[in-house]
Design a binder for this molecule. Structure first.
Ligand SMILES: *Cc1c(COP(=O)(O)O)cnc(C)c1O
Length: 424
């Protein structure tokens, strides 16, 4: 009886409720929140595998539906006190549920989704920084982010200096009185270097900077930046969070005060996520733990195989003991992820042979999906670099980047074996 009352008046409110029914309603709502909502969040949802499935779901479920329906409505009835509900304001039931799920996964105070990873990144930069401000950025950033800094922030007179993520002692000399933020990535693309993230947080605290990290490559399964003191964690949900290479989306998690401001910027830029995409992302996240744990384990096997192969010059994977930041990664991460890159002996020719002979994987950009994807960074993410720049950033012509999918790793290894054997 309580449940039908709850549904009738809370989920499908009417305008003609009298005072008495409001009193009963409030009592039921209070009772419901205490007995189900809060209790579940703190007691039952201890582990990330459980949060992935249940966090964010409305209690009780709407009409008993096991899955949150898509609220395909751009606008909602006005509830007074300036409380507008509208898709661009990122506050529809699909947005709210996703925000709760995401903040819960990273143990953050708050979360916000955006139309793409770049919408999340752009809104964050434009919130934290103003003209004539300065920030420090990792010297190897995702190409889209680098492009945004060069083509948008530079024009707005928002200045930056690049830092070596593994030389914390060199950061202080880059500080200016107007330095406001430090921006890093959990693992770099495509060499999978791991910056000294603990020092980044410490340095930000000591110097009153906002610490921002793009955590796309790790996913919340392998690393949760807010737990380590980062103010803001960013994701391209296009990658691991959704995991099926069928949507674009972005997310910001972290400090509630900052997320609220970023939400306002996102509203102005018009970069909110569509409810249908919210639904797909909410569904995709449900297998995040299964996918990423499997990818962690497959990637380790495949990296170890490649490392011993006589046609392979070098493998970049943080899970290998030979990786320069292996110990750092082991200490901070719960898994080493599904991304790796390797150099072939024999330069450009060898890379061409290998790519042409691959059967199982797609030769395609992007990452984090259920299917294995292979790229040559000199053809995709780093195609604009001069040969000098390629050399200084360690991107060789024979470098191959792989995003390991959830196929059986033995099949991936067989395919790699036959493709490697085609190299003369
Ligand atoms: C893909 C990606 C982005 C951009 O995300 P979109 O969803 O394509 O806008 C940002 N950072 C990293 C590390 C990425 O891999």
């Amino acid at each position: 009886m309580f449940r039908s009352f709850f549904l009738k008046y809370l989920v499908y409110p009417r305008n003609n409720i009298n005072n008495e029914s409001i009193a009963i309603l409030l009592w039921i709502v209070k009772d419901n929140i205490h007995s189900q909502g809060d209790k579940n969040m703190t007691e039952t949802f201890k582990h990330i595998e459980t949060k992935i499935i249940h966090a964010g779901d409305p209690k009780p479920p709407i009409e008993g539906a096991v899955n949150l329906p898509i609220f395909q409505s751009s606008t909602y009835e006005y509830k007074g006190q300036g409380k507008l509900k509208y898709i661009r304001l990122s506050n529809t039931p699909n947005h709210e549920a996703l925000h709760k799920k995401l903040l819960s996964l990273e143990n953050a105070e708050s979360a916000l989704v955006a139309a793409s990873g770049m919408a999340a990144i752009a809104s964050t930069f434009l919130t934290v920084l103003s003209p004539e401000d300065h920030f420090l950025a990792l010297d190897c950033l995702y190409g889209g982010t680098k492009g945004f800094i060069k083509n948008v922030l530079d024009k707005l007179s928002i200045h930056h200096d690049l830092i070596d993520g593994n030389k914390p002692e060199s950061w202080e000399s880059r500080l200016r009185p107007e330095t406001r933020a430090i921006y890093v990535e959990t693992m770099t693309n495509p060499l999978l270097q791991v910056p000294d993230l603990k020092s980044v947080v410490r340095f930000a605290r000591d110097n009153n900077l906002v610490s921002i990290i793009d955590n796309t490559f790790a996913s919340p399964i392998n690393f949760r930046p807010p737990e380590h003191g980062f103010d803001i964690s960013l994701h391209s949900c296009t990658k691991y969070l959704n995991g099926h290479s069928d949507i674009v989306g972005g997310a910001v998690t972290g400090r509630a005060d900052l997320i609220e401001k970023i939400k306002q910027t996102l509203k102005h830029l018009g970069g909110s996520m569509d409810p249908h995409v919210c639904f797909l992302l909410y569904r995709g996240i449900k297998t995040l733990s299964l996918r990423v744990h499997y990818q962690n384990s497959s990637a380790l096997k495949i990296a170890a195989f490649l490392e011993t192969h006589n046609k392979v010059e070098k493998v970049n994977y943080p899970g290998l003991k030979s990786h320069p930041q292996h110990m750092l990664a082991k200490e901070m991460f719960d898994g080493f992820g599904g991304m790796m890159s390797f150099e072939l002996k024999g330069g450009l020719q060898a890379a061409r042979h290998f790519i042409n002979r691959i059967n199982l994987a797609f030769i395609a950009p992007s990452l984090g999906g259920v299917e294995t994807l292979i790229t040559r960074p000199v053809q995709t993410s780093h195609r604009g670099l001069t040969s000098e720049e390629k050399k200084s950033s360690g991107i060789s012509d024979s470098l191959i980047r792989v995003s390991i999918g959830i196929e059986n790793p033995e099949d991936i290894i067989s395919d790699f074996t036959q493709a490697l054997s085609s190299i003369p």
